[in-house]
Design a protein around this ligand. Structure first.
Ligand SMILES: [Zn+2]
Ligand SMILES: [Zn+2]
Length: 72
C-alpha cells in the first residue's frame, strides 16, 4: 500500500510513522491512538500530553492537574 498524499501531511507523529494534515488530528492521535505511545513503558495521561514515569505518578498527576475533569 502506498500512502496517499503523504507529501501534503505537515504534522508527522514523533512516535510512529503516521502524519496528519491538521495539528489537532495529530494531537488527538498522540493522545489516544498512537500505537507507539501504548507500547512505551511510560504512563501517558489521557487528558493531556503529559507522560508519567509510573502508575503512581500518573495518578498523582491526574489528581493535581485534572481533579476537575477526571472521569468518574
Ligand atoms: Zn503516532
Ligand atoms: Zn494530564
Amino acid at each position: 500500500m502506498i500512502e496517499e498524499d503523504s507529501a501534503q501531511r505537515q504534522f508527522p507523529c514523533a512516535f510512529c510513522m503516521k502524519a496528519y494534515k491538521r495539528k489537532d488530528h495529530l494531537q488527538r492521535h498522540q493522545k489516544y491512538h498512537c500505537k507507539s505511545l501504548a507500547q512505551r513503558p511510560d504512563f501517558p495521561c489521557k487528558l493531556c500530553p503529559h507522560v508519567a514515569s509510573s502508575n503512581f505518578t500518573l495518578k498523582k498527576h491526574l489528581v493535581q492537574c485534572h481533579r476537575n475533569e477526571a472521569p468518574t
